[in-house]
Design a protein around this ligand. Structure first.
Ligand code: HAM
Length: 412
């Protein structure tokens, strides 16, 4: 028997209700904040991500799914931000109002070692706001993310924030980290010894205990920030405070993608083990310019839906709780039944029927399993009288009703 690709997941009918609920809540909250949906392709040019995420990042070095028939020219998108920046410029969205609030929901792909909460195909609910560098926007984005958390019935989450500063500040931080960490080179894990040379920021969020001790001893603060960036970061913190959003400033928080500058943030949850980040985001003030566009800021975040679902106590809606289930007895009734079903569905009444010509008892069981609110029984006798027997499953009462009246009755 064929099996699914490791690190992918079949989302089965008994789970899709929770997915739909989470997605519906997200769409609703995005529209409260005046965001509009964008859908970009799942395949993109590999060079787009190589250039923008950074050739030394883990995603580009190890995690991209190449499509080989195109000589490695295309990849399955590993994240959404870069695709949206590409689309923003390609479709001249910068030439209309310039400022735009976009959201997206869809699958992302990373060639990872699968484990709980870490998949090769996972899903993002994310947003990007392009066109402003204002600190109040950072506050809006974090408060929007928090509102979603609350609506997803997720408790015990933490909001961690930091500022990487402008590119000059980042450069200064990178140099000072290199100098400080060089002396402990031998005590760092093998991965971090390599990172010291080509991806120094990743040393800061290494999970290895020895590395964490060394990083802690650096007592990082906001010393690398220039006055403008420090001011921006203070404004963000004050804005969050004024909305009573509880957060922690975590100087080690750097995020693994090159495009970030200034504010970065992460939402973590205590029950998720080592993959505790449910969502993350930050500013990318140079990204649009680097892609050949104007010098305008951007900020966004993405939640991992699979991790959201692990942390959320939300239940799936039962969309079929008004289901009408038709049981026909005999061939003539079956043909007449198809017409009744058609009539119900055209009137917006969810309905289904027993397609297996089961006995009445077995078909009633199937109706019950399907969660039907009403069962219609149509046999030769009913047909002669032009009626159906209507059983209300909520109180087990049964009565006859004329076929003409049926739709009107069930719509009430
Ligand atoms: P990211 O931190 O790479 O950021 O991913 C965001 C979230 O996606 C993570 O916090 C996690 O919940 C989920 N996630 C990531 N990788 C996996 C995986 N292999 N399996 C399951 N879930 C995963 C970004 O992708 C940025 N584009 C976010 C952003 C938007 N920054 C600015 N705008």
């Amino acid at each position: 028997m064929f099996k699914k690709v490791p690190g992918t997941k079949d989302i089965l009918p008994d789970e899709t209700g929770r997915w739909q609920t989470i997605e519906a809540i997200a769409r609703n909250i995005f529209s409260l904040y005046n965001f509009h949906e964008i859908r970009t392709p799942i395949i993109e040019e590999a060079s787009l991500f190589k250039r923008i995420l950074g050739v030394t990042t883990e995603i580009v070095q190890k995690q991209m799914f190449f499509i080989h028939s195109q000589e490695d020219a295309y990849v399955l998108r590993p994240e959404g931000t870069v695709s949206i920046a590409r689309s923003y410029l390609e479709n001249n969205l910068d030439k209309t109002s310039g400022f735009i609030k976009l959201y997206y929901i869809g699958p992302m792909f990373r060639l990872e070692r699968p484990q709980k909460g870490r998949l090769r195909q996972f899903h993002h609910i994310g947003c990007e706001v392009i066109g402003s560098q204002e600190a109040i926007l950072d506050v809006e984005i974090i408060s929007l993310a928090e509102q979603m958390f609350k609506s997803f019935a997720i408790a015990d989450y933490k909001i961690k924030i930091n500022s990487l500063g402008c590119p000059k500040d980042k450069q200064a931080l990178s140099l000072s980290l290199k100098q400080s960490l060089q002396k402990d080179n031998q005590k760092l894990c093998a991965d971090c010894q390599v990172r010291l040379e080509n991806n120094i920021f990743r040393v800061l969020d290494c999970k290895n205990e020895a590395c964490q001790e060394i990083v802690k001893a650096l007592a990082l603060k906001d010393r690398h920030l220039c006055p403008d960036c420090l001011n921006h970061f203070k404004e963000v913190q004050n804005g969050l405070g004024s909305l009573n959003i509880i957060f922690e400033v975590e100087p080690q928080l750097v995020r693994g993608l090159d495009y970030y500058n200034r504010t970065v943030f992460e939402f973590t949850h205590s029950n998720l083990g080592s993959q505790d980040a449910i969502g993350a985001g930050g500013r990318y003030n140079n990204l649009i310019k680097e892609l050949g566009g104007p010098d305008i800021g951007g900020i966004g975040f993405a939640f991992g839906v699979e991790r959201l679902l692990l942390a959320s106590s939300i239940c799936g809606e039962k969309p079929l709780n008004k289901l009408v289930y038709l049981i026909t007895l005999g061939e003539t009734a079956k043909n007449a039944g198809v017409k009744i079903l058609n009539q119900l569905r055209s009137s917006g009444i969810p309905s289904d029927m027993d397609y297996l010509s089961r006995s009445l008892k077995a078909a009633m069981r199937a109706a019950n399993d399907a969660g039907a609110r009403y069962v219609l029984i149509l046999g030769e006798d009913e047909l002669k009288k032009n009626v159906v027997s209507l059983k209300d499953m909520s109180n087990s009462t049964q009565r006859e009703i004329s076929i003409q009246e049926l739709t009107k009755e069930l719509k009430c």
